[in-house]
Design a protein around this ligand. Structure first.
Ligand code: ATP
Ligand code: MG
Length: 394
């Protein structure tokens, strides 16, 4: 008998053709996320993680940040599927617990096992009732549920399950480039894309001295939180000052934001292509600001061919905030440092921009050279590590 962690990956079971890649990635991601030494085995719909018993609680905590896991349980592996032996071990375990009502839920992965699940429930239930005083079965609201899994040559018992994050293991769908600003929406968008198995790189448009180092620090911190879900995250920091100042000088005020965002999209698309990222991801939400009306989205989006995924497009701000709080980015996002979208904001940005006007204004300056220069001056920065202070960040 051995204590171990049972990992269930329900949604992955539907990916019949790709299951090999999914499981390999999940296993790799688990190994990356837990620093302790572990052994991971698979068996039909389950992974079993074996580690030093004292490390199990810490590992369970880490597993709650791994996408692709549906449920986690700390259980006992029994090297037989003989009911009397399972019963004996179960009684020993139950004697350590306080309860009056219980239920047994059995699952057989070995369908050739000579008893059906309801019969196993009944037999084990009888063993419990015979050996423990003052307990009874309650199938509706039991104080303890005893989960029993019968496998070909072994079995598992556990008493509690913890919900995992679900989704797909990060990386199974390839890479995407997240446009990461210091705001509330984009980290949430990144989180949701990771949940669908997309590994993130991030791009940040930096406009010093108009934006302070504090704004960039927010991005470094936010990326540090997102990184917890995927191992590491590469941040492409793009110097945007020249482009922004030129737009400010040359473009009529009401079109400044539209043109600026067209430039961001163009640069992001180049960086994505260079780094094998298959999609852009951003935190745009329909109707949130002038640059996020359907008309704006059209004229901004039309400068790139790469798909642009907007995971929070249909969320209310309050829903986005709720998720930001859950993943721990909210408190950082609300720190009051402006980024390049909040400076130079005209009083009346155009709400229904026109494509030919954008093209006309873009002829007023040599944006292609400015984009080339910005891409050439890209700096790769790293996210803040857990427990690292910004003072010691280089
Ligand atoms: P956030 O969405 O992060 O809260 P926001 O609400 O201020 O920022 P906008 O400024 O309209 O939104 O920007 C929309 C999206 O464009 C952002 O969600 C982000 O994906 C991207 N974006 C904006 N500014 C930057 C920047 N400086 N660097 C990278 N991406 C940016
Ligand atoms: Mg926003």
């Amino acid at each position: 008998m051995q204590k171990l962690i049972v990992i269930k990956y329900a949604e992955l079971n539907t990916k019949k053709a790709n299951i090999g890649l999914f499981l390999k990635t999940l296993k790799k991601n688990i190994q990356l996320s837990v620093s302790e030494e572990v052994t991971i085995n698979y068996d039909k719909g389950r992974m079993y993680l074996i580690a030093d018993e004292k490390n199990l609680p810490k590992i369970v905590e880490k597993l709650q940040k791994v996408f692709g896991i549906h449920e986690i349980a700390v259980g006992l592996a029994i090297l037989t599927n003989d009911l009397d032996e399972i019963g004996a071990i179960l009684i020993k375990e139950l004697k350590l617990k306080e309860f009056q009502t219980f239920k047994i839920e059995t699952k057989r992965s070995d369908k050739t096992y000579f008893m059906t699940s309801p019969i196993i429930n009944k037999k084990l239930g009888e063993i419990v009732l015979k050996n423990l005083k003052n307990v009874k079965v309650d199938v509706h609201q039991p104080q303890i549920t005893i989960y029993v899994e019968i496998r070909k040559t072994s079995s598992y018992i556990y008493f509690e399950t913890i919900k995992g994050l679900g989704g797909y293991p990060v990386g199974t769908l390839g890479k995407g480039l997240l446009m990461l600003s210091g705001g509330i929406d984009s980290p949430v968008a990144g989180y949701l894309a990771m949940k669908r198995g997309v590994k993130l790189e991030a791009i940040y448009f930096d406009s010093p001295p108009h934006t302070s180092i504090m704004a960039r620090n927010k991005v470094i911190k936010l990326a540090g939180i997102l990184k917890e879900y995927q191992g590491n995250i590469k941040i492409h920091c793009i110097p945007f000052t020249n482009l922004q100042e030129t737009i400010y000088k040359e473009v009529p005020k009401e079109y400044m934001i539209t043109i600026m965002r067209r430039m961001m999209y163009r640069i992001a698309s180049i960086i994505a292509h260079k780094n094998n990222c298959k999609i852009l991801i951003n935190g745009e939400s329909i109707g949130q600001v002038a640059s996020q009306t359907l008309e704006s989205m059209n004229v901004i989006n039309e400068v790139v061919k790469i798909p642009v995924i907007r995971p929070v497009a249909c969320f209310d701000k309050l829903e986005i905030i709720e998720l930001a709080k859950k993943i721990g980015t909210y408190e950082i996002s609300i720190l009051p440092y402006q980024d390049c979208c909040t400076i130079f904001v005209p009083e009346h940005p155009v709400i229904y921009p026109q494509k030919d006007k954008c093209e006309e204004y873009e002829k007023l300056f040599d944006y292609e050279s400015l984009i080339k220069e910005a891409v050439a001056k890209e700096v790769i920065i790293r996210p803040l590590e857990e427990n690292e202070e910004l003072d010691s960040y280089l």
